[in-house]
Design a protein around this ligand. Structure first.
Ligand SMILES: NC(=O)c1ccc[n+]([C@@H]2O[C@H](COP(=O)([O-])OP(=O)(O)OC[C@H]3O[C@@H](n4cnc5c(N)ncnc54)[C@H](O)[C@@H]3O)[C@@H](O)[C@H]2O)c1
Length: 253
């Protein structure tokens, strides 16, 4: 087992990707806290947690310090998406997505650090996106938050590497979760009169691997980054997207 005896805290832990991570971590022998706003499965590992609530975050890590004394793995996976251009994004929406995707990561990491320092080799995994590298049309604020996550990841890795804390970001492409399904159902995604099925097929076809990812595909990489096998992996942005961002768009001549 790759994570035997480790203690892991996963924000967004009841989401599509978060659930797969928690299940994989447990299968690898970790004790897991699935920290999320929503208790979707009634799992014992669930802990109610709002990444925008500073007092609640402090209270959670105080409680964790009493129960576990240290933290080995922090996964910052809580996130939301807003499907709009900047012109159609309200200031309230802009502030909300930054509060969750960026400030939430800052606050959670800030208050987790004292416990992470007590680990004999801690790993922090932030959720960026291939949208932090290249842009999907109609996702302006989301792309901006993920670019910020990538920069924050590098900065955290530099600051806390000397303390034995590795920090990396995972940058998924299309992964089959409720977030992706709401993108398929959303306004900006179709617009050509096609069905969700034709849209899903079109998205698969544009990938070199001719498919989009599963939450388990992402959990496999997260699991490795969380483990001691990845002891020399720090400060990097790990793109996992079926090759999507490697190719230029094909012209139909
Ligand atoms: N699904 C994809 O295609 C994809 C692609 C690239 C990046 N990502 C990123 O991966 C991460 C996980 O996404 P997912 O696809 O599992 O989405 P998801 O919507 O299934 O899960 C996100 C989770 O975050 C939680 N959350 C939202 N606001 C919160 C808050 N204030 N406090 C605590 N939890 C909160 C939600 O309740 C939800 O469980 C996100 O950061 C997302 O941006 C996803």
């Amino acid at each position: 087992m790759m994570l035997a005896g480790k203690i892991a805290f996963v924000t967004g832990g009841t989401g599509g990707i978060g659930t797969a991570i928690c299940e994989r971590f447990e299968a690898e022998g970790a004790t897991v806290i699935a920290a999320d706003l929503a208790d979707k499965g009634g799992a014992e590992r669930f802990h109610h947690f709002d990444v925008t609530d500073e007092a609640g975050i402090i209270a959670t890590f105080d409680q964790l310090a009493n129960e576990h004394e240290r933290l080995d793995i922090l996964v910052n996976a809580a996130g939301i998406e807003i499907e709009e251009t900047i012109e159609n994004t309200t200031l309230e929406q802009w502030n909300r997505i930054f509060a969750i995707n960026v400030t939430g990561m800052f606050l959670t990491s800030k208050y987790a650090l004292p416990l992470l320092r007590k680990s004999s080799g801690a790993s922090v995994i932030n959720f960026g996106s291939y949208d932090g590298y290249i842009a999907d049309p109609g996702l302006a604020a989301y792309c901006a938050t993920k670019g910020a996550v990538h920069a924050l990841t590098r900065a955290m890795a530099c600051d806390h590497g000397p303390e034995g804390i590795r920090v990396n970001a995972i940058c998924p492409g299309y992964v089959d979760t409720p977030m992706l399904q709401s993108f398929f159902e959303g306004e900006g995604s179709g617009g050509d009169g096609g069905t969700i099925e034709t849209l899903q097929q079109a998205v698969r076809d544009v990938h070199p691997m001719r498919t989009y990812g599963t939450p388990q595909d992402i959990a496999n990489l997260v699991n490795w980054l969380a483990s001691d096998e990845a002891r020399y992996a720090a400060g990097q942005l790990w793109v996992i997207d079926g090759g999507l961002s490697a190719q230029v768009q094909q012209m139909k001549l």
